[in-house]
Design a protein around this ligand. Structure first.
Ligand SMILES: [Zn+2]
Length: 113
């Protein structure tokens, strides 16, 4: 179980309850009302690349640092197990990732009478 002493931020607060992060699903020790682990709260939801799925699905990937671009990348088993980014399938070495957001489930329809 992850423990952390950093001060309260966003949906994170220190404490002794066993919690599950709504972002990365890590089990951590935090406040009874904490919805996020400290790592996620302090990294704006970006997770360390070590936890990214290596199943070929697209992820949002970036390198830590101000002004670094966010790319769509995937674990490229066909190239020997490297992170490749779209477009062009160029290799990259991301440090952080997030799941790709889902698009709208239904087309928007105008309903103004
Ligand atoms: Zn987390």
């Amino acid at each position: 179980m992850k423990t952390d002493d950093r001060p309260k931020r966003g949906m994170w607060a220190p404490g002794t309850y066993m919690c599950k992060c709504a972002n990365c699903e890590a089990v951590f020790s935090g406040d009874k009302r904490a919805f996020s682990c400290a790592d996620c709260a302090y990294n704006n939801g970006w997770r360390f690349i070590e936890s990214a799925p290596k199943d070929g699905h697209d992820i949002l990937a970036t390198v830590a640092g101000i002004g670094q671009p966010v790319r769509i990348a995937f674990w490229d088993e066909a190239r020997g197990g490297v992170w490749s980014m779209w477009p062009g399938r160029e290799p990259m070495e991301p440090t952080h990732w997030k799941p790709c957001p889902r698009g709208p489930s239904e087309p928007e329809t105008a309903s103004i009478p």
